[in-house]
Design a protein around this ligand. Sequence first.
Ligand code: SER
Length: 865
Amino acid sequence: MTADGLRRLFGRFFADRGHVVLPSAGLIPHHPAAPLFTNAGMNQFLPYFLGEEPAPYARVTTAQKCVRVMGKHDDIENIGRSKRHLTFFEMLGNFSFGDYFKPGAIAYAWELITEGFGFDPGRLWVTVHESDHEALDLWLELSDVPRERIQKMGADNFWEMGETGPCGPCSEIYFDKGPAYGRDGGPAHGSDERFAEFWNLVFMQYDRQADGSLPPLPKQNIDTGAGFERCLCLVQNVDSVFDTDLLVPLVTAAQEVTGVPLGRSPELDTSLRILADHARSMTFLINDGVFPSNEDRGYVLRRIIRRAVRRAYSSMGVQRMVTATMVDAVVAQMAPAYPELAKNADYVKTVVEREEASFRQTLDRGLNLLETAISAGATQVGGDVAFQLHDTFGFPIEVTREVAAERGITVDQAGFHAAMAEQRRRAQESARKGDASQNPNVDAYRSLLDHYGPTVFVGDGDEAATVAATVLGVLPGQDTSHVELVLDTTPFYAEGGGQVGDTGGISTETGLARVVGTTRGAPGLTRHVAVMERGTITPGQEAQATIDKERRDAIRRNHTGTHLLHWALREVLGQHVKQQGSLVAPDELRFDFSHFSAMTAAEVAKVEELVNAEVLTNSRVEVREMSRAEAERAGAVAFFGEKYGDVVRVLDAGPHSRELCGGTHVRALGQIGPLKIVKEESVASNTRRVYALTGLGALRRVHDEEATLARAAGLLKAQPEEVPERIESLLSQRKALDEELRLFRTKVATAEASTLAAAAVDGAVVARRDGFDPDGLRALAQAVRAADPGLRAVVLMGSPDGQRVSLVASVRPGEVAADLLKDAAKAVGGGAGGKGDLAQAGGRDAAGLDAALEAVNVLLGLDGA
Ligand code: SER
């Protein structure tokens, strides 16, 4: 039976028994309680297990893509050495949401493996949780497994998704591969390779809490997971998952791309299997929207790619790039079951290739550093070295650890983490120093909050710009010219989520303050930073708080514009585009996002076109408050770095853009006016930044550019559309003139050369000539020698620009010209070397030229005249 056949058989078996066949969910789970990556078939059904939503079907079956790296279930260290572990694998499962329970799960499993898979019942073993007598009795009742092949286990038979979340006792099914594979004694006491676990039936009924307690789930459910590759291995009766028809082509591809055949050494075989396995995880992760980076999922992906590259490069000695070829092999193998792979193949290859190329740039130097550290006889790689490898050479700590382990030594992990923490502390400290929010009023803010509760924000939109409020606090500012005002209610938006704070005025009967900035003094407390224009303001007074409405409107346009831009960038560049930060100010917006290369002019134009087309729909901008879980299910994109509480604001800006956002926005997209991208640049590796303008600002920019063009056209006495052509023709004229000038200079130099040669003293020419660049000066020296080949030395020096110095010496064939320049070069702050009869040198200090001439004269035995 082939891999595809087995996948189909499983699905059909459960479909015939009332299960709905659902597709695999992506590797990035959506539920807030889910782990970093989809690690089991049950992840996508969390809302049903937890009772947050009614399950649309009572019985479901899937073949689910899974990745187990990081977190509670992490298999990466076993890869290549074990016969059954993979970082990426598929899990076949059947699920019951409050429908059948233990008897159903056990009876189905037994029927499928004995009749469907055709396993010999005599080789099957079962384990149950030590407390689960019911499951044990059911196995005896519903299957042919004898009592002696049912074993009780503890924690191993209690499956949990993560540190918290759905869990329950489970029952696992094992296949005895026979004495050749190791010790007898059943799954509980025998060898792991001999007793191959291939199916886990979880009786999902508890919800593990952070405090360790286990309240029951609303219903009793079934979650089973059969390792697809493991089953395949048993069905095809092969030794390891890497010998199945699913993975053999990948191991073959790994042999081809590395030129290393299987069987050379156990360690090289492990490397080949690592390449095959990691190729699958990197391909699927990128396909599902993960992008290599230094945090979260991106870091795991980076670690997988770099681990594979390091293996190929240093363990197998492969110079050429390997990952893209491996991705091709994965796509060829897996696309029939996952057709989107074929569609995304080029993109996936670009991402892995770039990551490989960038790691290869530092790999050599990093390995050298590590080599030096190891060969110094250390028993451990120091934490500082591991940190430098990570920080400067891009070595994931796991890769460092792996290289060290190959040499039988360890890495000082604690030292590494301490160095990381120290770097983070320094970064935070310098951020704090520059952060005005650390101010002596902190206690005052806290007590205001305790007394009056959070500041009420009104005026998110078209309401009046002026709001009546009560002054709660008047505190000293950062310097004597500022005060800080706290109100009960305010129309001022406090800086946050990339949006700048409002400005405006606060007035009472006795005074007027000009608000120059608004930030948060503490979470929930708005701090108006102000300059007193007249009189005084005291706590308890009634106040009128007025924002600068025009400025706010400009900010709103830019903020909603940022959302449209984010959406359009993802449409045009791909779903890997993720916001990395933003600045929404009145005069412009700035948006940072993950992407690996500069945007082309066509991409910029396409993004502008999409955004402006959205603006033209003039759709309403809608804000809704909902729970975080609801928002994530609704597919809202969360803005980077924002902290959201349990209730979040979801903003729909037109039909396409949906994001979590706490900022202020226009009411309808038409209010944004035109949006124009004015600059695109790199801010960090794989991070781009665009600047854009909206409203009249965008129009003004176009006017400015038109004016610049008109000015250029005026200077060229041409029409604007003729400007490029005219510049081209000017440039070619200039090239011709340059050439003419060069010829002229040569002529002058030849004439000068004869003069210099004629003035030789004692067979040597030593002279200062300024205004020549090094090439010009050398040409002159050669011309002097040509004018009089009998000269014993020609030494010229001078400064092209009044500061730098160039020196040249020409001597008779067989002699060493540089010897004449050594002292002279020193005198002008430079050095000279070389062996030939023509030498050049440079210096930085034209003031030393006289001394330099003198030095040459002395060497040549001239009197310096
Ligand atoms: N969730 C269980 C597992 O991953 C069964 O599907 O093993």
